[in-house]
Design a protein around this ligand. Structure first.
Ligand code: UDP
Length: 341
């Protein structure tokens, strides 16, 4: 009963499930809130398999304020909320903008309302480097300008950050952080949890692993005529386990704060890798040749982005421990484990 409980919305999802594992490793008890809209129930079993602890599961939609209230008001000893649950497909958000605005903003506002009423504190929000758009200077620091979002998805992240800033201003005892993720990739080293893209993946690494596994014929590299050393776009790929550990560090950072605060942190490795570098590294760790072709540019792609992570390193007392090779090796093991099951 004296366990430190952390609510993890979207706790059965990709980053959420890895964060539950790291919370448990650090002595916390996650309470997963998930509606399994874009995640699978068996992931909760897998978290238990990895850690030996089964998180509580509350099945409710985070936009359902009264449902959340009913289910959470009995809980004691809540130390914080990590809010992952959100729609996240950039392309889909341009087709269904209102769904994205409604889901992502209603869930965040419902949770903030409830925090205040139930007397919870320490709110960690999943934001994204998409808020920086095409940056003018690299690496991107937390003070780099916020650019007009390229998609409704990106705009929901910007809007939620504004909502949290206003919330914290009006509720000075509250402690809130936004974590701006760069490109999370990889999987848990046990291959028991990992990314589960629905349908054709949009992101590079799941597309690579599915191509290598024979589920896709070939990977298309979206443009090799950019102004970069090899002509392909550059991103900051961070291992999902390092990212998960940053959430534990963020909760502990908030718990340490004596006064209310709103703060923002970049979470990346601080290094940029091109699409071709990712392909070459994958080929090396997987020991195979990937079938890929150079295709046209994808509209809206950022040419080059990577993080300055000095602020997270210092304030969160957190650093990445894994590199691109580790992440691609783990992503490949995960893909192969899916084929076996
Ligand atoms: N990319 C690619 N082929 C794919 C998917 C992605 O060449 O099938 C490239 C994409 O153009 C970008 C990088 O890989 O330069 C990362 O794309 P992803 O969608 O994973 O992340 P984001 O663009 O959102 O940072």
């Amino acid at each position: 009963m004296d366990k430190k409980r952390i609510i993890v919305t979207g706790g059965a999802g990709y980053i959420g499930s890895h964060t539950c594992v790291e919370l448990i490793n650090a002595g916390y008890t996650p309470i997963i809130i998930d509606n399994f809209f874009n995640s699978e129930r068996f992931i909760v079993d897998r978290i238990e398999q990895i850690t030996g602890l089964r998180p509580d599961l509350i099945e409710v939609d985070c936009t359902d304020y009264s449902g959340l209230m009913t289910l959470l008001k009995g809980y004691k000893g809540i130390e914080g909320i990590i809010h992952f649950a959100a729609y996240k497909a950039v392309g889909e958000s341009t087709q269904k903008p209102v769904d994205y605005y409604y889901n992502n903003i209603a869930s965040t506002t419902a949770l903030l309302k409830l925090m205040n009423i139930l007397g919870f504190n320490n709110f960690v929000f999943s934001s994204s480097c998409t808020v920086y758009g095409q940056p003018d200077e690299l690496p991107v620091t937390e003070n780099s300008p916020i650019k007009t979002a390229e998609s409704p998805y990106g705009r929901t992240k910007q809007m939620c950050e504004d909502v949290m800033k206003d919330y914290q201003k009006a509720n000075q005892d509250q402690k809130v952080v936004s974590l701006r993720y760069f490109n999370p990739i990889g999987a848990h080293s046990s291959s028991l949890i990992g990314e589960l893209p629905r349908g054709v993946p949009n992101n590079l690494v799941p597309y690579i692993t599915q191509t290598a596994a024979g589920l896709r014929d070939h990977l298309t590299v979206f443009g090799d005529d950019y102004d970069t050393p090899d002509g392909t776009c550059i991103r900051d790929y961070i291992h999902v386990v390092d990212l998960a550990k940053a959430h534990v560090a963020a909760i502990e950072y908030l718990i340490r704060q004596k006064n209310g605060i709103y703060n923002v942190f970049n979470l990346g490795t601080g290094r940029g890798n091109s699409v071709l570098e990712v392909i070459r590294t994958f080929e090396e760790v997987a020991g195979l040749k990937l079938n890929y072709k150079i295709g046209p540019r994808r509209s809206g792609d950022i040419v080059k982005v990577y993080a300055d992570v000095a602020k997270a390193n210092k304030d969160l007392e957190w650093e990445t421990e894994l590199d691109l090779k580790d992440a691609l090796r783990d992503a490949w093991s995960w893909e192969r484990s899916l084929k076996e099951n």
